[in-house]
Design a protein around this ligand. Structure first.
Ligand code: ADP
Length: 685
């Protein structure tokens, strides 16, 4: 076969045609076959190939022409020449090559058809982009010696043009793909954040991720109790995936949640990081997978995972797209969760409010009723519509001054306040109520919630108990007086040497005196409460009263390992008090300290003088009093619920409080549970 060498004219016109042809094309699929066909035709070569590689060196596009016909599946056919043949040599050495006789050149990888076609001539040139080789163009022509240096020069000129064109087309395709991805991402974000239902958010995240990344399956897991729970999935086997729980560290999602890192792998089964892929549970065979953490303030709250890209491999920016999606998803998930929690709290509040067995009203900060529950409607006798808009003072006898009082100030600063009042129903009936009021926030606004509790029964009971006790003690008083004077008479008639009788008489007198002290305190309590008590004040040395009180309590420490001690400085100023009453206060505090210390301990009575007042305190090493109870124990009948504790009436401290307050003093307790208690009271000079 003869070949006509290309004339200069030919060469120039070929170059011109090719450059015109390729300059306007941005689609590689169109561009490459044209370059190849034009080059092969013009060189009258019949056989040639073009291979384009991406930055990582893998084949992006290829075209192969044999005997003037474009061949299918060029990639497979060209694999050999890239690895061991001429194209591979050009790539490696970044140099063009002209082989005049392929049978004599080792760079020519031998082919099965070589024997049939005989020796050939070949040219291979690198397609140069701006910074790297983007591919290789090869032409083959029979017989040997068909190509000249001029042909090589021409091929180099074409390769230069084609290289830049290919790179442009690649850049264009890449930027086009990115722009498309960004558009899709923006649309996805819009779709995701346009709902506030958590299920819907998750559904949209999964669906949009699946289509945006063009994968077989997308799942979204939420981290709960150290597990990733697959809350939503779309695509193949989605239904089987939903609800699966994956331990941290297990599978791709578990790995991402544990390491707080994105990951992309092309071979899940063989990747040593992902043992126990949950595929085993679902039957979904995951080969390639990409997953990213969904983070809120750097805490992982979930994982988005995409599996098995439809085009065989993931696009290079898969992880960055997924990360963008994850950040949109994080915001949407957190919002949806907050809204759902808020709605749940709102509905919990509504049902607690509506079905509460106590009447509850809600007012604004001016005291105007804005809501009332069923029980309030029933108790107050107004319809709900009538109640709304009324002032709270219309139904509560709290007085108009209340809303500007200190009480109300506490309320505004967030404290709960409790007080007793009477409410007036629509028909004019008055009911005693204990009211617990506190400020609440509802739908971003501040209100006051007033919970009322009907205490009619409690008050009646208390009244009955009071009456009973005072009746009892009244009746005890005169027999006790008789016992004490009879004991005195008996003592006088027994000779002093009868020690046993005298000891017995002392014990009897002491017990009778203790009873009489209790009776006196209880009767005083009633009188102090009623404001009918007059104090018999005299200048008193408190040290003497304390010593006296200790002496009287001493007998009850017998059999217990309790030390009673004093801590009183010398030269205390005198105080003007009702001696008998203050003695009984100290005795009460001492008796409690002994009574509630479990069998052993130290009880110290101390007195200190300040500029305005004297402070007396009784400190013990007993069980102490919980902070929440420290106020309540001074109320009548208040006792702590302790299983093994001695039982009393709960009137002692109530008496102490009234007695100290009658002296214009204060009484309180400082205590940490388990570390004893210190009861202190003041007596102004
Ligand atoms: P009573 O002792 O008759 O029960 P009080 O009014 O004297 O009544 O005391 C009220 C409650 O306070 C007691 O029931 C007890 O639970 C608690 N209490 C009083 N003093 C002490 C104390 N020193 N240590 C521990 N708990 C005490």
């Amino acid at each position: 076969m003869t070949t006509t060498p290309l004339t200069d004219q030919h060469r120039l016109s070929l170059l011109y045609r090719i450059s015109r042809d390729i300059s306007g094309r941005l689609n590689l699929n169109e561009l490459l076959p044209r370059v190849l066909t034009a080059t092969v035709d013009n060189a009258e070569a019949k056989t040639g190939s073009i291979i384009i590689l991406n930055e990582q060196g893998t084949v992006l596009y290829s075209a192969l022409m044999m005997d003037g016909v474009l061949q299918p599946d060029p990639e497979r056919r060209l694999a050999d020449t890239l690895e061991n043949g001429l194209a591979g040599w050009v790539l490696k050495n970044r140099q063009p090559v002209l082989i005049s006789d392929t049978s004599r050149d080792p760079r020519w990888g031998r082919r099965p058809d070589d024997d049939v076609t005989g020796a050939k001539s070949a040219i291979a040139v690198p397609l140069m982009g701006r910074a790297r080789i983007v591919g290789v163009l090869t032409l083959v022509k029979t017989p040997a010696g068909s190509f000249t240096d001029d042909d090589l020069t021409l091929m180099l000129a074409i390769a230069d043009q084609a290289g830049v064109a290919v790179e442009n087309a690649q850049l264009y395709a890449e930027s086009e793909r990115r722009a498309q991805a960004m558009r899709a991402l923006a649309e996805t974000s819009r779709a995701i954040i346009s709902t506030l239902k958590l299920d819907e958010v998750l559904h949209r995240v999964a669906q949009n991720t699946c289509s945006l990344l063009n994968v077989e399956t997308a799942s979204i897991g939420l981290v709960r109790n150290n597990k990733v729970v697959l809350a939503e999935a779309t695509g193949r086997m989605a239904e089987q995936l939903k609800g699966i729980e994956i331990n941290l560290g297990e599978g791709v999602a578990g790995w991402v949640a544990q390491h707080n890192e994105s990951v992309l792998t092309t071979d899940v089964p063989r990747d040593p990081r992902f043992r126990c892929e949950p595929d085993q549970k679902t039957g979904l065979l995951t080969l390639a997978s990409a997953a990213v953490p969904v983070r809120v303030m750097n805490d992982v709250i979930g994982v988005i995972e995409v599996m098995n890209p439809r085009e065989g491999r993931f696009a290079p920016d898969t992880l960055s797209l997924l990360e963008n999606l994850a950040s949109v998803a994080a915001t949407a998930i957190v919002h949806a969760q907050q809204v759902e929690e808020l709605q749940a709290a709102e509905s919990r509040f509504s049902s607690l409010f509506e079905d509460n067995i106590d009447p509850i009203i809600i007012t604004n900060l001016e005291g105007i009723i804005t809501d009332a529950n069923r029980k309030a409607v029933e108790t107050f006798g107004y319809s709900r519509d009538e109640l709304i808009g009324l002032r709270v003072m219309t139904v509560h006898r709290i007085g108009t001054a209340f809303l500007s009082s200190d009480h109300f100030h506490h309320l505004r600063s967030g404290q709960e306040i409790t007080y007793q009042t009477r409410i007036t129903t629509k028909s004019g009936v008055e009911i005693p109520m204990e009211v617990h009021a506190k400020m609440i926030r509802r739908r971003g606004q501040e209100f006051i919630q007033w919970i009322q509790r009907d205490i009619s029964e409690r008050l009646q009971l208390e009244e009955m108990r009071n009456d009973l006790i005072s009746m009892l003690f009244h009746d005890l008083r005169s027999p006790l007086g008789n016992i004490l004077s009879a004991l005195d008479v008996v003592r006088a008639s027994i000779p002093p040497e009868n020690e046993t009788e005298h000891t017995l008489l002392t014990i009897a007198t002491r017990s009778a005196l203790r009873m009489s002290r209790m009776v006196d305190s209880l009767l005083d309590l009633r009188r102090l409460e009623a404001g009918q008590m007059t104090l018999t004040r005299e200048q008193t040395d408190i040290a003497v009263v304390i010593t006296d009180a200790i002496e009287q309590v001493l007998p009850i420490t017998e059999g217990k390992n309790i030390v009673l001690q004093k801590d009183i400085p010398s030269h205390l100023p005198m105080v003007n008090v009702d001696q008998d009453m203050i003695r009984r206060v100290i005795i009460n505090l001492l008796e409690n300290a002994v009574k509630y210390s479990h069998g052993q301990g130290v009880v110290t009575v101390a007195a200190r003088s300040g500029p305005q007042e004297m402070t007396v305190s009784v400190r013990d090493t007993g069980p102490g009093i919980p902070p929440g109870e420290q106020q309540r124990i001074f109320s009548k009948f208040a006792r702590l619920q302790r299983d093994a504790a001695p039982k009393g009436l709960g009137l002692g401290l109530a008496f102490c409080k009234l007695a100290v307050e009658a002296h214009r003093g204060r009484i309180w307790v400082d205590s940490k549970p388990g570390e004893g208690a210190t009861f202190s009271f003041t007596l102004p000079y």
